[in-house]
Design a protein. Structure first.
Length: 242
């Protein structure tokens, strides 16, 4: 399978654009190296899918793409069933990495999508699309490393946020609601956390909207939560993040 429009392939030479021992070794090595970097980033943040998982998923994508390329070069038919199966398989693996935490937060979405992107990068390398694979890898790393900080800044200034609230007793919930209203905020939804039902703890997930204009302008979510922590009946409070 020959690719003539890839800039990096042109720089490397014609050997990298056809299926041969050298190009196969290069594609697999690049696949493992890029996946290892992504997996290291995920494992460093204590996510369930780490270094080996990402490397194996990427290796899967690269290997099946090479096989599809070989089948195409022999038969002349570009169905690419193996590559499609690899994408579907990675999606299945991704689904199982998503879960609800004890604080009723969805966890693992970023890792799940990262696994999916990783197998596609592996497939791109398997077909010899070096430039596409490296650009996609760079974009993924930007999303994992730099965008979280920007996301925190934007969320901290939004008019809506959710909190995980633990009270010393359920009777204090009405007092908390009163304080929220006095501060110029409204409660959109209150849900008792099902993970703590029957434990004797009063734990809630609460969606809040900031309606006070001064509060919107001068106070972040973190500052509002720090002020609420001073209430005697609050055992623990924190903002819930996806």
């Amino acid at each position: 399978m020959i690719l003539i429009n890839d800039p990096i392939a042109r720089l490397l030479g014609s050997w990298s654009t056809v299926l041969g021992p050298g190009s196969i070794l290069l594609r697999i090595l690049l696949s493992l190296i890029l996946a290892a970097v992504i997996g290291w980033e995920r494992s460093s943040k204590r996510h369930s899918a780490g270094l080996r998982t990402f490397m194996l998923v990427s290796l899967l994508g690269t290997t099946v793409a090479i096989l599809d390329g070989y089948i195409f070069s022999v038969s002349g038919q570009g169905i690419f069933l193996l590559s499609c199966a690899a994408i579907i398989g990675s999606a299945t693996i991704s689904i199982h990495s998503v879960f609800y935490s004890s604080r009723n937060q969805i966890k693992g979405l970023t890792t799940a999508v990262g696994l999916w992107v990783c197998v596609v990068i592996g497939i791109a390398l398997g077909f010899g699309c070096y430039t596409l694979a490296l650009v996609s890898f760079a974009a993924l790393m930007c999303a994992l490393f730099w965008f979280p900080s920007l996301e925190v800044v934007l969320k901290n200034r939004s008019n809506h946020f959710e909190i995980h609230l633990e009270l010393t007793n359920s009777i204090s919930l009405q007092d908390f609601v009163t304080v929220i209203r006095e501060l110029g905020m409204t409660i959109d939804e209150i849900e008792q956390n099902p993970a703590y039902v029957g434990s004797g703890l009063s734990v809630y997930s609460i969606a809040i909207s900031v309606s006070n204009e001064m509060l919107k302008k001068y106070k972040t979510h973190a500052e509002i939560i720090d002020a609420l922590k001073t209430l005697d009946y609050i055992r623990h409070i924190e903002e819930m993040r996806g």
